[in-house]
Design a protein around this ligand. Structure first.
Ligand code: GLU
Length: 274
């Protein structure tokens, strides 16, 4: 078994991250497997070296250990580009220059709300007819043509989702963001495969993105790991913890004198990790 924790260094780790990391770590430990860490820093406008150092520091303090060197997504842009080239050559991507306002205007009839998918408003297809020939365009976003992609694979269900639901409830997601040269969805599936992750442990908030990941695994002919989506840690008001909730940051608890055992107790995990 190989599990992983894949944080983005865009803010302090909070209790929810601690839960995810400890859960993935304990699961690998109990099976005599390996726990890996991966830094998901494709959003270079938000990633900061100091957050990355804080991640290493907090996780080590929690009692976790992982093999080094740690995989960092910012080192892997050529690998993502190669996958985009493959999908482009197969005619499964198209360039899109719509901004949020364009999408909203095209998606919603007056008085009606626009349908929402895992990445926000479901794309109405404005740019779908743009040319897909020639070399892959740079400096523009690329969307996955959901209908063509579903036709290109044999599977009829994607993490329990039917092709019809993939079309209606997910649609043409962005696989290459203009400012990043990749996207969360593309990078996460390529790296889980590259690191031979057998079991992905992550929060229930990513449950609805998983059918996209399974479809991409079919398209790229890489294995689908087992997915374990755990409950989300909420604050006293029942709200999901966010990066900006500094009050729940591991570093804040540490500074207040909490121990790693206290953190395990707070998130409801057993003290002995097996
Ligand atoms: N980097 C993602 C995040 O911090 C997690 C990705 C995943 O576990 O699939 O939200």
């Amino acid at each position: 078994m190989i599990t992983r924790f894949a944080p983005s260094p865009t803010g302090p780790l909070h209790l929810g991250h601690a839960y995810s990391a400890l859960y993935a770590h304990d699961m690998a430990r109990a099976a005599g497997g390996t726990f890996l860490l991966r830094i998901e820093d494709i959003d270079q406008s938000r990633a900061r070296p100091e957050w990355e150092s804080q991640i290493y520091d907090d996780l080590a303090w929690l009692g976790l250990a992982w093999p080094t060197p740690v995989m960092r997504q910012s080192d892997r842009l050529p690998t993502y580009a190669a996958a985009l080239d493959t999908l482009w050559t197969r005619g499964l991507l198209y360039p899109c220059s719509c901004n949020r306002r364009d999408i909203l205007a095209a998606a919603s009839a007056p008085q009606e709300g626009a349908a929402m998918g895992p990445d926000g408003i479901i794309y109405p297809g404005t740019c779908r007819g743009r040319p897909r020939t020639g070399p892959r365009p740079q400096d523009t976003a690329l969307r996955l043509d959901m209908r063509k992609s579903l036709q290109a694979v044999n599977s009829k269900t994607f993490y329990g989702m039917s092709p019809k639901h993939m079309l209606d409830d997910i649609g043409d997601v962005v696989l290459c963001r203009r400012d990043m040269g990749t996207s969360y969805h593309l990078s996460v599936v390529i790296d889980d495969a590259a690191q031979q992750i057998t079991d992905v442990v992550r929060g229930a908030d990513l449950h609805e993105a998983t059918p996209i990941h399974v479809l991409l695994q079919h398209l790229l002919q890489i294995p689908t790991p087992a997915y374990h989506h755990h409950r989300l840690i909420r604050d006293d008001a029942g709200k999901r913890l966010a990066k900006r909730d500094d009050a729940r940051a591991i570093a804040t608890y540490r500074a207040d004198g909490a121990t790693p055992a206290d953190i395990r107790r707070m998130v409801g995990l057993p003290l002995s990790s097996g």
